[in-house]
Design a protein around this ligand. Structure first.
Ligand SMILES: [Ca+2]
Ligand SMILES: [Ca+2]
Ligand SMILES: [Cu+2]
Length: 333
């Protein structure tokens, strides 16, 4: 889509649902709210069924929260992230206490093709990895102030949001915003993966997890706002980093109601129980929905840089490919 077409659509939606006032905080875009078709039938089972939902208008961060933003928060509050804290032995019965040191999950590129059914072929737990050292000891944030923050759990994201006077979006709010006014499109920009050969997001080109062709210019994260915005003026709603939402994960969406009058309004999923991983008996760590895919999403493994895509993440997880952005609801603004 051309920049002019994006501008036209922005004017259309602003005329239909004008913002209730000036943005409550800097660099927030007005998301008009309304009814939309949530989910997709065309990709992975957890995105089904497509069902109608409506959300109220709200303000959303135009960019993923950056390293610079998070540093301001940490310096102002002294906040220590989950990955920087030593796990408590009582929470991990039977685990060698020597292993209970602070750390986080880091992506390691494979040296050649590996089995794709075992994520340990590319994810490793690295002692000492944290938002300050995203790849572990020896890594640093130099030159990355405008990159999205990573290595944060949902608890860390919510602590930041509370400090900033914001909240995390629900999955429905996030997906409505990501669609940018395009009903039912596969991507935030339309249906073509790369219109006129233009890369529209920081994802992974080539064979995951060993061959990163960097057609989009970036091996890892990219400065926020590098790729074109969607129809609501939001950047990186596809790729760069996955984004935490406030909803607990369910394996499917609820069935579509047959009466459009009664579509769920501002739906949220607040029950942790159904989010447990049924593939892992006894696993009772709640999981939240993350949205948007990341720089590690490749068509041969994970075509999830799309508005309907969703992935569960355990609430205690932090990784080098998950970050977040915040919203302000109008009643609160
Ligand atoms: Ca890339
Ligand atoms: Ca993103
Ligand atoms: Cu992915």
């Amino acid at each position: 889509m051309t920049i002019a077409a994006v501008a036209d659509r922005r004017l259309d939606y602003l005329a239909a649902s004008p913002p209730p006032g000036p943005p409550p905080l800097a660099e927030m875009a007005w998301i008009p709210g309304g009814a939309f078709l949530m989910g997709s039938e065309d990709f992975y089972p957890e995105e089904r069924p497509v069902h109608q939902v409506s959300v109220d208008g709200f303000w959303m961060d135009r960019f993923e929260v950056t390293v610079a933003d998070f540093r301001r928060f940490a310096q102002a509050t002294g906040y220590v992230t989950v990955a920087e804290r030593a796990p408590r032995a009582g929470d991990y019965p039977g685990v060698d206490p020597a292993l209970l040191v602070p750390g986080s999950l880091v992506f390691h590129k494979a040296s050649g093709p590996v089995r794709l059914d075992d994520y340990r072929n590319w994810w490793g737990w690295v002692p000492g990895a944290s938002w300050k050292r995203p790849e572990g000891p020896g890594s640093h944030l130099q030159g990355r102030a405008r990159h999205p923050i990573t290595q944060v759990t949902v608890e860390d994201a919510e602590a930041f949001a509370a400090w900033a006077g914001k909240v995390l979006p629900t999955e429905a709010e996030w997906e409505f915003a990501a669609r940018g006014g395009l009903e039912g499109a596969s991507f935030t920009w339309g249906n073509e993966p790369a219109p006129k050969n233009r890369m529209m997001a920081n994802t992974w080109q080539g064979e995951f997890p060993w061959e990163n062709l960097r057609t989009d210019g970036f091996e890892g994260t990219s400065p926020v706002g590098t790729f074109p915005p969607n129809g609501y003026g939001l950047f990186d709603m596809a790729g760069n980093v996955w984004e935490w939402t406030s909803d607990f994960y369910t394996a499917r969406h609820p069935e579509a109601g047959d009466r459009p009058c009664c579509a769920p309004h501002n739906p949220r999923v607040e029950s942790a129980e159904q989010s447990y991983d049924v593939g892992q008996p006894g696993q009772t760590i709640p999981r939240r929905v993350t949205k948007g895919g990341s720089h590690l999403c490749a068509p041969n493994y994970c075509l999830r840089y799309r508005p309907a895509a969703r992935q569960p993440q355990m609430i205690e997880s932090s990784t080098s490919h998950i970050g977040f952005r915040c919203i302000v609801r109008v009643a609160a603004a």
